[in-house]
Write a protein that binds this ligand. Structure first.
Ligand code: GH3
Ligand code: MG
Ligand code: MG
Ligand code: MG
Length: 312
């Protein structure tokens, strides 16, 4: 994020880049079976303000991808156990992977390997050994481009959560993944309370501000693998992979408590807002429609019982 910092003469420097805190750094996933190369790359990438998670085992990397949401995946083509090209194919199963740049690295610069990488839609192929400054530059530009593209295509402009058209495909992918791994997963439908009266009393700009602020608090309360969507005007849907419905309720109870403490001000008045939510056990439901229906039904119960609550 750009920071506007005054220099010693008090002038503002609009180009100054603040060093991001550790938690805000873009995470790069590095997969290679050569520990020496990993050490070297990790150090160089960290010097360039990236956070790095390195894996020597492709299987472990594949499992971790789900929770990490990296900004870039760099992987070796030839490794023990599984080839980088096989992993690339498996990574494609994940919803956001389309927008995570993948860079293949290899001493094997044969035309066949390069062709296979590009066929599998790798974003770049870099032969080892490489010049590190050029390498960093290639990583940087891919990360930046894919971020812009991902935001433009997938996120709702006002709230910066996924748009509704991505919900069903995401559900199908998560669902088959959870079935394969025999893990529970849950879903929630959230609806802001008395939102029409907020618009009516304070105007649509205040309403918009409340919506984007809600989405911000929502994202801050979710874990990396959780997926938030804008379902309709003031309705949101969340997929919680690897989460049973009691845990999902706990997450939303905490979110509600936090959101109710947000104080908004408009035209000299202050207001607070609540939401109601319904949770469904997606692993026990029969498919997407059934899961939405069950969450919707629980939401209806929450409204009926007086709003500002989360119902299973
Ligand atoms: P309930 O507690 O029963 O949910 O009442 P409600 O007023 O929230 O429900 P209702 O569905 O009647 O109203 C939803 C309102 O949300 C109506 C619509 O004008 C408003 N809305 C939908 N999208 C947007 C938006 O993007 N910005 C703003 N400011 N308002 C929006
Ligand atoms: Mg190797
Ligand atoms: Mg509504
Ligand atoms: Mg509402």
């Amino acid at each position: 994020a750009a920071a506007y910092e005054a220099d010693s003469s008090g002038r503002l420097d609009l180009t100054a880049e603040k060093e991001p805190a550790d938690g805000e750094k873009d995470l790069i996933m590095l997969i290679d079976d050569d520990p020496a190369l990993i050490m070297f790359l990790k150090e160089e990438l960290e010097k360039n303000q990236f956070a790095v998670m390195a894996f020597t085992s492709p299987q472990k990397a594949l499992k971790a991808l789900f929770d990490l949401d990296p900004c870039c995946v760099i992987m070796d083509v030839h490794m023990k156990g599984k080839s980088g090209l096989e992993i690339l194919e498996e990574f494609k199963q994940y919803i956001h992977f389309r927008f995570i740049p993948s860079i293949m690295i290899s001493v094997d610069n044969s035309k066949e390997t390069r062709m296979r990488s590009y066929e599998l839609d790798a974003d770049d192929f870099i032969q080892k050994p490489f010049e590190i400054d050029e390498f960093i530059l290639r990583v940087r530009r891919l990360v930046k481009r894919k971020k812009q593209l991902r935001e433009l295509i997938m996120l709702d402009e006002l709230t910066k959560v996924y748009t509704r058209k991505h919900l069903k495909p995401a559900f199908e992918r998560v669902s088959s993944q959870m079935e394969r791994e025999q893990l529970p997963f849950s879903a929630a439908m959230i609806d802001l309370d008395h939102f029409k009266s907020i618009n009516d009393r304070y105007g649509h700009l205040t309403g918009d501000h409340v919506l984007s602020q809600f989405a911000e608090v929502l994202k801050n309360n979710l874990r990396t693998g959780d997926l938030p969507f804008r379902y309709g005007g003031e309705e949101f849907f969340v997929l919680f992979p690897r989460t049973d419905h009691h845990t999902a309720k706990h997450v939303l109870d905490r979110l509600l408590e936090q959101f109710e403490q947000e104080v908004f001000s408009s035209a000299g008045e202050t207001l607070t807002v609540s939401f109601s939510a319904g949770i469904s056990d997606a692993s026990a439901c029969r498919g997407f429609e059934h899961t939405v229906k069950a969450a919707d039904h629980a939401l209806y119960e929450a409204k009926r019982m007086g709003r500002a609550r989360v119902i299973l």
